[in-house]
Design a protein around this ligand. Structure first.
Ligand code: MLT
Length: 399
């Protein structure tokens, strides 16, 4: 037997596990200290009332023989949820059919699973900095990775370089970790690139619900031609607090062809073989999240996180710390003071301010010198954290 030697090329540990381990060690050594976590983007508000009602009704159905459900006939998800997702896209101005929507147990799983329908050894273009799961899953698959660099100059929204030829392009907008959001012109440039180079776009829209500025695209399918070159992967985690419930959706357009292979048919085949679907009660909860009441309740939750982002951003403004994001995204991407490197600043914040952010370099080498703050915490904690950080920066003469 031979193990997958691609694993030898991975970083020793996944970014968020390394951060969690460091925080656990600090807490063990300092049990009386209260650590405020603004590291991983995990939600803190409870599920909205309409979602809880749907969950408990579905649970009741499961308790009675005549309404009990076993396997879902379609691994791609119950029709009631796929219809709710196509209605959601219709509100965003994209016309999708039920056969183009696949319900998943979250965006992270499908961002990795999708590689099953892409030939191993493909050339993949990944933004740097970016969500580390893109890189890790492609390393595991033996693909060749090229990077498109996000910088302050390009607003962390790099545009295509026509001289570079790749098979697959990943785009995350609103971006994790920088909070940057592509304009329609920026996405149109990527769609034109993909059509010209016969490349596939994998568009991660997990943070779509945070876009509040009018005119910014919420889905790649707002861009003409995207249905011929793009798969979109999204999630209920951040829009409706499902990080612990697990549900997402993947859109593979009906006529998406690569070298005469139909990717919708390939993905359906893959799902039917490897996936038995998301639990019925979870799909009912997701349907409730997209109902009129659910949308109102969850938008209020997103508003709270955006207000937290504003608190963090305002505090950095008053300290003279440069940052991006936080306006249409739950992440604030801040420059470390006085040219410090990401992990040194992480350690200093943990030890002196008892606050956790994610070191920017963990999202790629272009993230060195930055840290990412998540706005998914409780508002009081955000305020306290920023006071502590300001005090620490003053004491250390870093501002
Ligand atoms: C993050 O902090 O980047 C995300 O919460 C991680 C995830 O969604 O898996």
């Amino acid at each position: 037997m031979r193990a997958n030697s691609n694993f030898d090329r991975l970083e020793q540990s996944y970014l968020f596990s390394t951060v969690a381990r460091k925080v656990a060690a600090f807490k063990q050594a300092n049990p009386d200290v209260t650590v405020i976590k603004m590291g991983i983007g995990d939600v803190t508000q409870p599920l909205a009332p309409s979602i809880i009602t749907a969950l408990s009704q579905a649970t009741k159905e499961m308790s009675q023989a005549d309404t009990f459900r076993g396997y879902c006939d379609d691994a791609e998800g119950y029709e009631f949820l796929r219809a709710a997702v196509t209605d959601h896209y219709a509100r965003l101005g994209a016309d999708l059919g039920l056969d183009e929507v696949f319900i998943s147990d979250g965006a992270k799983s499908d961002l990795g699973n999708i590689l099953d329908i892409i030939e191993s050894g493909s050339k993949i273009l990944i933004p740097d900095p970016v969500y580390p799961a893109y890189v890790d899953t492609n390393v595991m698959n033996g693909n060749t990775i090229l990077y498109s660099k996000g910088t302050i100059e390009n607003g962390f929204a790099p545009l295509p370089d026509d001289s570079v030829d790749v098979d697959v392009v990943y785009i995350c907008s609103p971006n994790n970790p920088t909070g940057a959001v592509y304009t329609a012109e920026g996405l149109a440039a990527w769609v034109a690139y993909a059509l010209e180079h016969n490349a596939l776009i994998i568009f991660d829209s997990a943070y779509e619900a945070f876009i509040r500025e009018p005119g910014l695209p919420h889905t790649i399918y707002e861009i003409e031609g995207a249905e011929k070159c793009a798969i979109e992967i999204s999630s209920f985690s951040k829009r409706a607090g499902f990080t612990g419930v697990r549900c997402g959706f993947t859109v593979v357009p009906r006529n998406l062809e690569v070298c005469e292979s139909n990717l919708n048919a390939f993905w359906r085949r893959r799902q039917n073989t490897k996936f038995n679907g998301v639990p019925y009660i979870v799909q009912r909860a997701a349907q409730a999240a997209l109902s009129e009441t659910g949308r109102k309740e969850t938008a209020e939750q997103v508003d709270t996180y955006l207000r937290n982002a504003q608190i963090i951003g305002d505090a950095f403004d008053s300290m003279g710390i440069a940052y991006t994001g936080g306006r249409n995204a739950p992440y604030i991407w801040a420059r470390c003071p006085k040219g410090m490197c990401s992990w040194d600043f992480f350690d200093l914040m943990l030890e002196k301010a008892h606050c956790v952010a994610t070191p920017g370099v963990g999202f790629g080498s272009a993230g060195e010198g930055f840290v990412r703050f998540s706005a998914f915490g409780r508002t009081d904690d955000c305020k306290t954290a920023m006071e502590r950080i300001q005090q620490m920066l003053e004491e250390e003469e870093l501002i």
